[in-house]
Design a protein around this ligand. Sequence first.
Ligand code: NAG
Ligand code: NAG
Length: 386
Amino acid sequence: MGSPHWKRLCLLLVAGLTSSLLLYGHYYATVESTTSQRFIASLLQPEPLVLAPLGTSRQATSHRWALEGGPAPSQPSMCLHSVMARAKADPKFGEIFRFDTPVLMWDQHFTPETWDRLKKRHVPYGWQGLSQAVVGSTLRLLNASANRHLFDRDTFPGGCVRCAVVGNGGILNGSRQGKAIDAHDLVFRLNGAVIKGFEEDVGTKISFYGFTVNTMKNSLIAYEEYGFTQIPQAKDLRYIFIPSDFRDYVMLKSAIQGSPVPEGSDKGDDPQKYFGPEASAEKFKLLHPDFLQHLTARFLRSELLNTQYSSLYMPSTGALMLLTALHTCDQVSAYGFITANYEQFSDHYYEVEKKPLVFYANHDMMLEAALWRSLHRAGIMTLYQR
Ligand SMILES: *[C@@H]1O[C@H](CO)[C@@H](O)[C@H](O)[C@H]1NC(C)=O
Ligand SMILES: *[C@@H]1O[C@H](CO)[C@@H](O)[C@H](O)[C@H]1NC(C)=O
């Protein structure tokens, strides 16, 4: 049972299962009445060590960064009413946010110390079972200054950097929020972000597109019938890779090099088919596995972690994008995210006939809904509701 060989086998099975669950998903019973209790419970445990030890003491953390080249060169914000200011002033969220956690991973992070630490943690947010050569050679390519921050503050002089994060929820159908969304400095979109035909409701601007290779490719299959036939491409668009699997590192490396994927389940794929002709490190951002672990443990610590699904559990792609924006932008508006009255809306804004929201076994949408409501009430972000 406990042999490493058996564990590897299980991981492989789990990796296979993840893709089928994401694609076909099945409903799991959500007991609404316990949601707020669960949320409170998760807030009361600000330092849970759920998947693997985080090394969370502040001293240990800064020591680690010192070894790894330090956090991103910090560009101070000139914004008075920022997410950071409001979160720090909030009694509950002040304890949960840690703005000094590096959001992105880049070449300097790949040290023997980091390898030894992350190889002990299983996927999605660890490197157990991954090839050191592949992870290392991928990270070494992330050597541009653009790989160390999501955006350059100098290009937004004097003010607050305002971000919109656009989920794909049915609440946006008929919302006429397109202009308001596009008025933000930066717009994050993700997975099956259909724009054509829905400009009035969801806008057209796109600064970041976030995904795992698994969700990106599944979106192309599942939402093709709604017009999602291509991953968004544009000159100024940046791609945010959420590492959750070997596939993400292999695809990222191939994308930067502009060459076909050499191995794994995406072998032979041409990354330019997804990301366009411009292959360069500047075009791609990689979320730090420790940041994802931190978000999961502190903001979205689901009870699913105590079930047979624990190694499959991940916050949704939308949740990870929204929390990424909350850790980098000065002001954040969330559109198309789950609200208390989600049952009134279709799963996605582009469906022709109303479909109920799909609850995938590997996500905890009720916990996410409670978090968005709570952040909105605390004035830390604005959640679009109707
Ligand atoms: C980054 O790495 C690539 C490939 O090794 C190299 O050609 C390039 O000069 C490096 N860029 C910087 C900014 O160090
Ligand atoms: C989206 O809105 C249109 C116009 O209001 C409506 O006809 C359509 O049924 C809606 N789609 C869904 C899936 O609710």
